[in-house]
Ligand binder design. Structure first.
Ligand code: HEM
Length: 536
């Protein structure tokens, strides 16, 4: 029979001599038992909620433990697995009294609803604006309503002018032939692997600075020098995204005290802004020395916006001009280069696709008239009309973006109570994350082979066939469809074709390739490759 007195004696025999045995009373044991029973019940109940809600829901802290665990691994794969379990939509419940609550979706019907049918009810919203305000200010990515509309209209018009097209293609041509290929040649000469992601980031950074500012920071040149502005820009995007997973009050307090990640963010943003302010000052000075028609020789966005007036008929402030440029750099810098990095990694794993792209480029060069034949391989420059003909390459790039979209997750906020087409109820103020990365991994959207890299799924009768923007959302959709989409395809095709036509690219064996948590889908450790010149 259970005897409490005997139990106490048993314990006292086994205690070191100098420890005075403490009496354990029945009520105390009962309290412990009750406490353990409650804990077990709560744990079982919370874990059982995983079936209904996709994740365990704990009292007070909600699903936060799962998020913390996910942050230590691959966040995008984690979101995808939860969305696959929950048929494409789930509600994330964070700790009580925090802002970490939202809905995740990857259902194309919901995406069409958000991005097109009910566009005005799903702005970027206060939460996104608050989180990104320090870095992006009132620039196009961070703006809604009139502030967004005005920038969108002006930029869209400018992107379609002949001067702008000339500026972008000319700058790209020079970057590839006078910078990229010499840098790649240097790595062959020195027989050292090269970080292709770093090289591509430098290329698109120089290219987009030309588009936004009309200046060339010179990131891509032999020796690959460190450019403080580019480094600060990267740090600022990386740290800004952390604000989405830290409770708002916490990062606001850290910002106020200027400590931890907020201190680093503050420093990086200051450096980005100082660079932009300097360019703006120099441009104003330069423009004031020109008159009339001479001003037309600048077709970058900064100069275009400098010539416009706000609602009150006043020229835009330097701060607003800075925001516009910083946002365009963010839009055009990382997106194409990280997409190209994933593309080259996928080609390394799929040599048959690489061979097909090489054959396509050779076929196009082969169609040139006799006078151009016999050109040295390195001196072949693809013309815009030839780049447009590379349909299989376009399919392969689209397939890479389907699996590794440059913007893996995007966010909107609901203004008025709403119901998604899949029945999910969204109260006013709810934050909605649409998981573009997860969409590429949904069998319900792309079929059983969704995780395979198959450019052929984009080809029909030998021609590239695009997909609905609500199924393939790498470039967003609806009124906020990426302004730079056509240019981005041109840029990626030109760069990819120039590399593949000239070199065999091989990823260094066993090189770790994993995504990094940032606004855009960087490879955490870059992409180390070796190059061999093609001959013949
Ligand atoms: C592979 C390359 C690219 C991809 C995957 C891409 C993707 C996207 C996505 C997903 C958005 C929506 C972002 C949001 O609203 O939160 C977007 C917007 C935008 N993109 Fe791109 N982009 C690419 C290249 C470019 C380039 C090269 C430029 C310009 C030089 C550019 C300019 C813009 C602009 C200005 C917006 C804002 C549109 C708006 O809010 O109205 N993009 N892009």
């Amino acid at each position: 029979m259970f005897n409490l007195a005997n139990q106490t004696t048993f314990f006292s025999h086994h205690l070191p001599k100098n420890v005075i045995p403490r009496q354990i009373f029945l009520p105390e044991i009962q309290t412990i038992e009750i406490f353990i029973s409650i804990a077990v019940f709560v744990a079982i109940h919370s874990l059982m909620q995983r079936k209904q809600h996709g994740l365990p829901v704990w009292p007070v802290i909600g699903m936060f433990p799962s998020l913390v665990l996910a942050l230590r691994g691959d966040m995008y794969e984690w979101i995808s697995s939860v969305l696959c379990r929950t048929n494409g939509t789930f509600r994330f419940r964070g700790p009580w009294l925090t802002t970490v609550h939202c809905v995740f979706t990857s259902d194309p019907r919901n995406l069409e609803h958000i991005l097109k049918s009910r566009f005005s009810n799903f702005p970027k919203g206060v939460y996104f604006r608050d989180t990104m305000q320090d870095f992006l200010g009132d620039g196009i990515f961070n703006a809604d309503d009139e502030v967004w509309r005005r920038q969108r209209k002006t930029a869209s018009l400018e992107f379609h002018t002949a001067e702008f097209r000339n500026l972008t293609t000319q700058s790209l041509f020079e970057l590839v032939h006078s910078r990229l290929l010499p840098v790649l040649e240097e790595s062959i000469k020195n027989s050292v692997p090269i970080d292709l992601q770093d090289v591509l980031l430098r290329l698109t950074f120089d290219n987009v600075c030309m588009i936004a500012f009309g200046v060339h920071p010179g990131c891509l040149r032999p020796g690959l020098p460190e450019i403080p502005f580019a480094q600060a820009f990267e740090k600022a995007t990386e740290i800004s995204v952390l604000r989405f997973v830290i409770p708002m009050t916490m990062w606001k307090v850290m910002r106020f005290l200027n400590v931890g990640t907020e201190k680093k963010l503050n420093k990086s943003i200051r450096e980005v802004h100082e660079f932009a302010d300097e360019v703006i000052r120099a441009r104003r000075k330069e423009l004031s020395s020109y008159s009339g028609e001479n001003k037309r020789r600048f077709s970058d966005l900064l100069t275009v916006f400098m010539g416009l007036k706000d609602d009150e008929g006043k020229p835009y402030s330097d701060k607003f001009l800075r925001d516009i440029c910083v946002n365009f750099i963010l839009a055009g810098r990382d997106t194409s280069s990280v997409a190209l990095s994933w593309f080259f990694w996928l080609l390394d794993n799929n040599p048959a696709v690489k061979d097909k792209i090489f054959s396509e480029t050779c076929g196009i060069v082969g169609e040139r008239d006799e006078s151009n034949m016999g050109e040295d391989r390195g001196s072949v420059v693809f013309k815009p009309e030839e780049v447009r003909k590379m349909e299989y390459l376009q399919a392969a790039l689209s397939e890479a973006l389907r699996l590794y979209p440059s913007v893996p997750v995007d966010i909107k906020e609901v203004i008025e109570d709403e119901v998604f087409p899949d029945g999910t109820v969204l109260p006013k103020g709810e934050k909605v994350f649409y998981a573009i990365y997860a969409m590429g991994r949904m069998e319900t959207i792309w079929g059983k082979d969704c995780r395979e890299f198959k450019p052929e799924r984009w080809m029909k009768d030998g021609r590239f066939m695009s997909e609905s923007a609500y199924k393939f959302t790498a470039f967003n959709g609806g009124p906020r469809l990426c302004i730079g989409k056509d240019f981005a395809y041109y840029q990626m095709k030109f760069v990819a074709a120039s590399i593949i036509y000239n070199y065999q690219v091989k990823v260094v064996e066993n090189y770790p390739v994993v995504p990094k948590l940032a606004l855009t889908m960087y490879m955490k450790y870059g992409l180390k490759v070796t190059l061999n010149r093609r001959t013949g």
